[in-house]
Design a binder for this molecule. Sequence first.
Ligand SMILES: Cc1cc2nc3c(=O)[nH]c(=O)nc-3n(C[C@H](O)[C@H](O)[C@H](O)COP(=O)(O)O)c2cc1C
Length: 210
Amino acid sequence: MSTLLDNLNWRYATKKYDAAKKISATDLNTLKEAVRLSASSYGLQPYKIVIVENPELREQLKGAAYGQTPITDASHLFIFANDFNLDAESVDHYMENISETRGVPVEALNGLSDMIKGQIAGLSSDAKNNWTSKQTYIALGTLLSAAAELKIDATPMEGFNPAAFNEILGFDKLGLNAAVIAAVGYRDNEDDTQHYKKVRKPQEELFITL
Ligand SMILES: Cc1cc2nc3c(=O)[nH]c(=O)nc-3n(C[C@H](O)[C@H](O)[C@H](O)COP(=O)(O)O)c2cc1C
């Protein structure tokens, strides 16, 4: 059984995928469940994760991502799209979920609801977009760790044109913005990158203990 650190050493940002190898339905479900369980501020999950399987759509997206081949060749493409219109209604929806899940009256959540709504109302649209897109990176991190545990390869990617992605995927009318993406699948044996040593700052440089 691999440990967490073995898995994190095993994973790498895969550059070349074996297009013939697909993730099983069971593993895909585990990855989705891991992403679903990610932490988010207040628990709001102000995003959607769009999984693109359609080959034609992925070909178009590759054109808007500097031709990066993982976009088309990996088994699945995850698009982490933040909710740039996050509003009071989204908070109400979340309160209903808490109420149903925990069996508490929704009125008992008014204090929490008002506090979150007040915080959101105080944000400019740029600040809101920034805050909700930051939440997507936590979900991305969870996906990367979960994939490594399943020995599924993944490539986190910011190298794409978000405006073009939003256009291709029709995100504007859904109030979504493509924040960050990840290709997941299985490495091509000939991807030399898999043999590169990990380059990371030593702990003494990375951590400050006060
Ligand atoms: C948010 C984010 C965006 C990234 N964007 C790209 C990208 O567009 N294309 C790519 O090949 N790698 C991309 N990477 C991969 C990084 O270059 C890689 O994670 C880093 O060099 C460390 O290497 P490792 O992940 O293989 O250990 C990205 C990584 C992160 C976390």
